[in-house]
Design a protein around this ligand. Structure first.
Ligand SMILES: Cc1ncc(COP(=O)(O)O)c(C=O)c1O
Length: 396
């Protein structure tokens, strides 16, 4: 018998389970086994699986119109952009199909801003170790992770990589005449579910302002309610980015992203400077409006903060009772995890054996990114399984 995966490019190594149905925070396999999904498609299914309002919006739109391209206006996209600008710092929005494309748009917008203002030498994008911004050539060069760059030609010019948390190095880099923008995740996802201290973001903003450098926030993973605010920057008083990348949760499972900008940045992206055939298509926009209406509601966000508090407390209890295996609880809100003292890959397997889906991230982190509308009962179920799995775990 041939392997049914033989023609799939071997860039992924998924386990054997095949999921065919989802309902809220649960996934079901072909033979009906139920799993509690505490990774939600890597922080994507923000409202769980098969949310009735999302399903209805998609079904209704699917019967009307799928695609016209951006040669023509898309009313639902205009509406969604209005809502985004009402609720955030942004004045302009470019819709994409993924997080990587939102990053590409951000990088181009930042460089174009300086070029249009007569500062052609300002091309450097400053990023930090542990960053992950996607898989295009621009995004892997921004991320700077040697593992992801290997084999793909010479590194591109215009990217400066600094040690995470090294504010002295940042102070020096941001003052160079070639500096264009800083690109940073307020909570690193892939890099180990690591939250940037609020004071650091504030200081970075001050230094950017001082030197005429733009701030780009990558909120692809940590945005859209995941930390308990609509976007993570909203935790920090007085800090707003110039450009912000969103994706994942913004579509709740329908693939799309967005690059949000101020007017000062967005105004230079004139016809011909950027584009996308599918970006902002009617199906994505129909779903996107529903997701935005639900997640941007302050009552919804308050509940995310409450439930993430109970999750954090339970995880802290687990960390305290396994000091030999757990180093600390990490992350913010519902982008959280346990930093283990050894590679947690086999622990992730033990959780899956007990019907709980989790992720892993850099620096030995067992990553949790459940749907945002989980209840205390789901928290109890998940943390009960994690506790049991850690007890059974024998780190390599
Ligand atoms: C912080 C961050 N930025 C960008 C991306 C890239 O998004 P996508 O995979 O949708 O292209 C990811 C994906 O994991 C991410 O976590």
């Amino acid at each position: 018998m041939s392997d049914p995966r033989q023609h799939i490019m071997p860039v992924y190594r998924p386990p054997e389970e095949v999921f065919v149905k989802g309902e809220g925070p649960y996934l079901f396999t072909e033979d009906g086994a139920r799993y509690l999904d505490f990774i939600a498609g890597i922080a994507v299914n923000a409202l769980g699986h098969a949310h009735p309002a999302m399903v209805a919006a998609l079904q209704e739109q699917a019967g009307k119109l799928w695609h016209t391209s951006n040669m023509f206006r898309v009313r639902a996209g205009e509406e969604l952009a209005d809502k985004i600008c009402r609720d955030t710092f942004a004045d302009r929005v470019f819709f994409t199909n993924s997080g990587t494309e939102a990053i590409e748009c951000a990088l181009k917008t930042a460089r174009k801003y300086h070029w249009a203002n007569g500062n052609q030498e300002r091309i450097d994008i400053i990023t930090f170790t542990g960053a992950f911004h996607g898989r295009s050539l621009g995004a892997i060069n921004a991320g700077g992770n040697p593992k992801y760059l290997e084999g793909f030609g010479p590194p591109l010019p215009g990217f400066v990589h600094l040690e995470w948390g090294d504010m002295d190095a940042f102070e020096e880099a941001v003052s160079r005449p070639t500096a264009a923008a800083i690109l940073i995740e307020p909570v690193q996802g892939e890099g180990g579910v690591r939250a940037l201290p609020d004071e650091q973001l504030k200081r970075m903003r001050e230094l950017c302002d001082e030197h005429g450098v733009l701030m780009i926030l990558d909120e692809v993973q940590c945005g859209m309610g995941r930390t308990g605010k609509l976007f993570a920057y909203q935790w920090v008083d007085g800090v707003e980015p110039d450009i912000l990348c969103s994706a994942k949760g913004i579509g709740g499972g329908f693939p799309f992203g967005a690059c949000l900008t101020t007017e000062a940045c967005g105004e230079h992206m004139q016809p011909g400077s950027h584009g996308s055939t599918y970006g902002g298509n009617p199906l994505a926009m129909a779903v996107g409006n529903v997701v935005w209406d639900i997640i941007s509601d302050e009552k919804f966000l308050a509940e995310v903060r409450r439930v993430s508090g109970s999750l954090a407390q339970s995880l802290k209890g687990i960390a305290d009772s396994h000091p030999d295996k757990v180093e600390e609880v990490t992350g913010r809100g519902l982008l959280t995890g346990l930093k283990m003292k050894a590679d947690p890959k086999s622990l992730q397997g033990l959780c899956r054996d007990r019907n709980l889906l989790t992720g892993v991230a850099g620096a030995n982190v067992l990553r949790l990114a459940p749907p945002l509308n989980i209840t205390d009962a789901h928290v109890r179920e998940a943390t009960g399984i994690i506790d049991e799995a850690i007890t059974a775990w024998e780190p390599a």
